[in-house]
Design a protein around this ligand. Structure first.
Ligand code: 3PG
Length: 305
């Protein structure tokens, strides 16, 4: 059996070594495809793979069709919007993610991004403090739960909106539940996004929500660029000299926003899960999930049920 580790953005060496050990101990072969520039390279490498581990690499219908022996794809990470789930399901291929494994790294980055924006991007000049400010968590999964814990240390007041999570599961963490998004955005100066990119959420962060934010309104996006309505974002930047946006995924309108200097920042390449610890946690979990599925039929964490 061949397990393909296809990572355009490679894992740290200890993670790759750990994945190799798990795969080889199970009696399988690990094939590496790292830092590939041409998506055709993935089509070629997947052609004889039985299983595939990816990060944000795109498992398109073409990739899935090219994987003639493919039985399972594991996205070593949380968001699986890069997998064509319908194409996988049609071919009877199991798709999984590794929820929670890289969450601490993303939560720490989101916290750091808040400090970075509050301190005028460390460019010099007087900033503001996070203590006493209100942080709104848009969704309450693994990352925002960890971010809430860090933000408590800053002395922030924390609010959350997540219609899929019972209120008690949020309030027990000392986080206040708001009734809707209008309340979240109109209450909180800082809003951190943690929603997946899907048909309902794409472009859902629009001018109606952004314009509701109090003075100094700052959105932190470590989720997906697609959830922001970029036309509205540009309009808000134009109309509100106090508004700020920091993203771990450069929006398509990145070049148009550069002129706003200390109010806008984006990492050049998604950095949220780029820690050795997160690479090891997510990579090893992915390898173990593949072995458990191939050997025992374990489908825990399947996302295309
Ligand atoms: C995730 O969904 O887990 C994060 O966005 C991390 O993505 P990455 O593996 O491409 O860094």
């Amino acid at each position: 059996m061949k397990v393909l580790l296809a990572t355009e953005k490679p894992f740290a060496a200890p993670a790759v070594n750990g994945i190799r050990k798990i795969v080889e101990d199970a009696g399988y072969e690990l094939v590496l495809l790292e830092k590939y520039a041409d998506p055709n390279d993935l089509l070629i490498s997947v052609s004889d793979a039985d299983a595939m581990i990816i990060r944000s690499d795109k498992a398109t219908k073409a990739v899935i069709d090219a994987g003639k022996n493919l039985k399972i794809i594991v996205r070593a990470g949380a968001g699986y919007d890069n997998i064509d789930l319908a194409a996988a399901t049609e071919k009877g291929i199991i798709a999984m993610n590794t929820p929670g494994q890289n969450s601490n790294a993303v939560a720490e980055l989101a916290a750091g991004m808040m400090v970075f924006m509050a301190r005028v991007q460390l460019k010099g000049g007087s900033g503001t403090e996070l203590k006493g400010k209100k942080l709104g968590l848009h969704a309450y999964g693994n990352v925002p739960r960890m971010l809430a814990n860090i933000a408590k240390g800053f002395g922030m007041e924390i609010y959350a909106y997540d219609p899929f999570i019972p209120a008690e599961a949020i309030t027990k963490d000392g986080v206040k539940v708001v009734k809707d998004l209008d309340e979240l955005y109109s209450t909180c100066q800082y809003v951190s996004l943690h929603i997946p990119a899907n048909a309902e959420t794409k472009k859902s962060i629009n001018s109606i929500l952004m314009s509701k934010m109090p003075k100094g309104g700052t959105i932190i996006n470590t989720a997906r660029k697609e959830v922001i309505n970029e036309e509205d974002l540009k309009m808000i930047f134009e109309g509100r000299p106090d508004f700020k946006y920091i993203s771990d995924i450069a929006p398509d309108c990145h070049n148009d926003l550069l002129k706003y200097e200390a109010r806008y920042y984006s990492t050049p390449k998604k950095q949220g899960a780029e820690t050795s610890e997160a690479n090891i946690n997510a990579g090893l979990a992915a390898a173990n999930q593949i072995v458990n599925f191939l050997k025992n039929g374990d489908r825990t964490f399947q996302v295309n049920k």
